[in-house]
Design a protein around this ligand. Structure first.
Ligand code: ARG
Length: 455
């Protein structure tokens, strides 16, 4: 394509390091789509005859059909998807095909294809995250009242409901989707027409191509249009944060499915056995979701590092934006789908949750709160007194609510039998009525509100 200036062709190694078609062929639909928009604009502006335009339109359809059918031939002497499409088009459409590159460059072309691709990918991601939210909501609804131990430091803290715990993930995913939408909104501008970096003398209509491709507007600065990849970073940053959230859920499923917890039974369809230990039932899918967050985070770092200190405008470094983006978004998509499948089909075993919720004196805070409310103690003193009650229960090997009134009065003489009303798990739960709290009434309302937001 640039034979005019060279005596010799490139070394085989040059072609090898330079070729991006093995990975950027993923952009073929976007590339053809923007070529159609560009050709239509050239025709409308009198830069392409009606006959040439028709030859290009027909030729692009044939290229599309060949790629779709898998009969298209890919070759290393054509660097990327853009050259492949244009080259084949020129074989099919003759000189008309060789006119398509008027007033554009691969620099604005690749940026446009990447934005189109990122936009589609974000839309799929949003739909996937939404499906995971729905799956979590189903369980949250069913388990709005189910007691489970709430942890801090992974130590018994206070009783919560399973529904409340699951709704925490629904909230995380809501913010993830917000980041996806933000990234989509910001990247939805069209680089096409920036040409190599400086614009073009041809009387092109950038508004028209931007509109035809569904972009909000043309990018304002031609240098920025071809040199910037912050949209890739934003997609990866949204992806990385979502992946981190998924890894936390995955980790809890791994933990909860161990005999030590026994909270959850993962579906057969998402578990594996062992080739040596017949009893095994391993949560591989959850483990892989947990691990894939690593490469998704790595992709962000890889591209940030490529962009750091890169002089304007286009440099070939930017070709390295693709593999990490494709790999990370694919890893995230499969993670979201697998987690959704797992969550949809898993079953919770509520008895072990209930049993564990009672371990570790989880209503000690309720005792302290009662001493504040009913005995008028300052919270710090109440905390200390409740701590002594815990120590006594530990000495006796009993639960807090199994201490006698006399035991409690030996610590705080004002204690009355009313105190026992707040030491049980259910009352502790029912009393967590502050906004956003774990009381089953609130959890049910939160489920309904989340449902309404989703629909
Ligand atoms: N394959 C290139 C990329 O992915 C396309 C743009 C090439 N532009 C250039 N001036 N060499 O970045």
């Amino acid at each position: 394509m640039w034979g005019g200036r060279f005596d010799a062709g490139p070394a085989e190694l040059m072609q090898r390091i330079n070729a991006s078609h093995p990975f950027d062929r993923k952009l073929w639909r976007q590339d053809i789509r923007q070529s159609r928009a560009h050709a239509a604009m050239l025709k409308d502006r009198g830069l392409l005859s009606g006959a040439d335009h028709q030859a290009i339109v027909d030729g692009l359809s044939q290229v599309e059909a060949e790629i779709e059918a898998g009969t298209f031939s890919w070759r290393d002497d054509l660097e990327d998807i853009h050259m492949h499409v244009e080259h084949r088009l020129s074989e099919i459409a003759g000189p008309a095909g060789r006119r398509l590159h008027t007033a554009r460059s691969r620099n604005d072309q690749v940026a446009t294809s990447m934005r189109l691709w990122a936009r589609d990918t974000l839309d799929h991601l949003d739909a996937g995250l939404r499906a995971l939210q729905s799956a979590l909501l189903e369980h949250a609804d069913r388990h709005a009242d189910t007691v489970m131990p709430g942890f801090t430091h992974l130590q018994p803290a206070q009783p919560v409901t399973l529904g409340h715990h699951l709704l925490a993930y629904v909230e995380m995913l809501e913010r993830d989707r917000g980041r996806v939408r933000d990234a989509r909104e910001r990247l939805n501008e069209c680089p096409l027409g920036a040409a190599a970096l400086a614009g073009t003398p041809f009387p092109i209509d950038r508004e028209a191509t931007a509109a035809a491709l569904g972009f909000r507007r043309p990018m304002r600065n031609s240098i920025d249009a071809v040199s910037d990849r912050d949209f890739v970073l934003e997609v990866l940053s949204a992806a990385a944060i979502a992946a981190v959230h998924l890894s936390r859920l995955a980790e809890e499923l791994v933990l909860w499915s161990t005999p030590a917890f026994g909270f959850v039974k993962l579906p057969d369809a998402f578990s594996t056995g062992s080739s040596i230990m017949p009893q095994k039932r391993n949560p591989d899918a959850a483990e892989l979701v947990r691990a894939k967050s690593g490469r998704i985070l790595g992709a962000f770092v890889a591209i940030a590092t490529v962009l750091k200190a890169l002089p304007l405008a286009y440099a070939k470094d930017l070709q390295e934006d693709k593999e990490p983006l494709f790999d990370a978004t694919e890893a995230l998509a499969v993670s979201v789908a697998a987690l959704t499948g797992m969550v949809e089909a898993l079953t919770f075993d509520t008895a072990p949750m209930q049993a564990m919720a009672a371990v570790g004196h989880p209503t000690a805070t309720d005792l302290a709160d009662w001493l504040v409310t009913s005995a008028g103690m300052p919270f710090r003193d109440a905390h200390e007194a409740a701590g002594r009650a815990v120590r006594l229960a530990e000495e006796r090997g009993c639960r807090l609510e199994e201490l006698s009134l006399g035991d409690l009065q030996s610590i705080v003489p004002d204690v009355t039998t009313d105190v026992f009303d707040v030491l049980g798990i259910d009352s502790s739960l029912a009393r967590r009525t502050s906004a956003g709290g774990s009381a089953p009434t609130l959890v049910r309302a939160a489920v309904a509100a989340a449902r309404a937001r989703l629909s």
